[in-house]
Ligand binder design. Structure first.
Ligand code: PLP
Length: 366
């Protein structure tokens, strides 16, 4: 059997998604389970999106609009750009694949960081493309270390900003210097899946980089702040010249009809976005304070999750917390053996997380 499979597929370490709530309930016989493992929106979905979806359900006998005309038009208005600046994807995950396929030749390589979003490397491997990874510096992308890895065969750079799973970010000045130093024939992707949660003033305005530099791509998603993870909708922003090629690679109907309708409505739902931001930032402060009181270390984050130093085998902590009905993410797959990553949830969920963490760190089991 194995001889039938492409070598690069044999060596792939598949992405491990956060454990689903239903599966956990079933396997452990639990009634009340909370999931703080996939950086989803604890408030649910934008009510405007839900209402638009309800009205559209009967239309799904038709194929979706292959061009995403209305959503691109709305995004263009939102950003003060033109529709050709956007390519829609079945989640931004899909766009990572499409970007690699568009730009990277078989003998070229991709540069990114260690301890970052695993999909960059997994998708590159599946596409038989080589990835070079620079170490983080104090849990943060080290752009100078990335530059050192760039060779004449480097075509693409992925920068998760903020980074998942650390929640750290590279600043405007760091990115400016990086782009000024980098060769102009390398494409730089700023993956900004968590941009809506940012509460710092030195975060880079990547749109201004895009306006100045042709080879910049910005990745965004509706999965987090807009609460549409289950529908799969992401987009990239790049120059119309690049996008004309990127559009050739995606599947014609990659973004389903409901995702397009929901995205369009969610973009107009300022109240939902504002509440999501408020709940997340308040929750972050609360978790920080409680962790400090417990004497537990964490990495300050500008995203909707926190990397927590549990000081012991995170797989064991994960398993014990699961027993109490709290799903978090253990970080051994990222090389952070003593860390868990927790999504900032609702106030009630955050309290339960902290209660259970405290029990588990004292050795309690269920
Ligand atoms: C940094 C980063 N990029 C991209 C994604 C993928 O998001 P999507 O749901 O749009 O595929 C995630 C999701 O966790 C992420 O953390």
């Amino acid at each position: 059997m194995k001889s039938l499979i492409r070598k690069s597929v044999l060596s792939v370490n598949p992405y491990v998604p956060g454990k689903p709530i239903e599966e956990t309930k079933r396997q452990l016989g639990l009634k009340e389970v909370i999931k703080l493992a996939s950086n989803e929106n604890p408030l649910g979905t934008s009510p405007k999106a839900v209402s638009a979806l309800k009205k559209s359900l009967s239309g799904i006998n038709r194929y979706p609009d292959a061009q995403g005309f209305y959503l691109k038009k709305r995004l263009a208005k939102f950003f003060g750009l033109v529709p050709e600046n956007f390519v829609l994807g079945n989640g931004s995950d899909e766009l990572i694949d499409v970007i690699i396929k568009t730009f990277v030749e078989p003998d070229e390589n991709i540069v990114t960081s260690e301890t970052t979003f695993l999909e960059y490397e997994i998708v590159a491997q599946v596409n038989d493309r080589k990835v070079k990874k620079a170490p983080l510096s104090y849990f943060k992308y080290d752009l100078n270390a990335l530059l050192k890895l760039v060779d004449k065969k480097t075509k693409l750079i992925f920068i998760a900003n903020p980074n998942n799973p650390t929640g750290t970010y590279v600043t405007r000045d760091e990115v400016t210097q990086f782009l000024n130093t980098l060769r102009s024939d390398v494409v730089v992707v700023f993956d900004e899946a968590y941009n809506t949660f940012i509460d710092v003033s030195d975060y880079p305005d990547s749109l201004s980089f895009l306006k100045r530099k042709k080879n910049v791509i910005i990745l965004r998603t509706f999965s987090k702040a807009y609460g549409l993870a289950g529908l799969r909708l992401g987009y990239l922003i790049a120059s119309p010249e690049l996008n004309a090629y990127i559009e050739r690679i995606r599947q014609p109907f990659n973004v389903n009809m409901l995702a397009q309708i929901a995205g369009l409505a969610a973009l107009d739902d300022n109240a939902f976005l504002k509440k999501t931001r408020r709940v997340t930032l308040e929750g972050k402060d609360f978790i920080y304070r409680q962790l400090s009181e417990m004497g537990v270390g964490y990495v300050p984050s500008i995203a909707n999750f926190i990397l927590v130093d549990v000081g012991m085998d995170s797989r064991k902590v994960f398993k014990s917390m699961l027993g109490f009905g709290v799903i978090v993410r253990e970080m051994s797959q990222y090389g952070l053996k003593n860390f868990i990553r927790v999504t900032i949830g609702s106030a009630k969920e955050n309290q339960r997380f902290l209660r259970v963490l405290s029990k588990v760190m004292k050795g309690d089991k269920r």
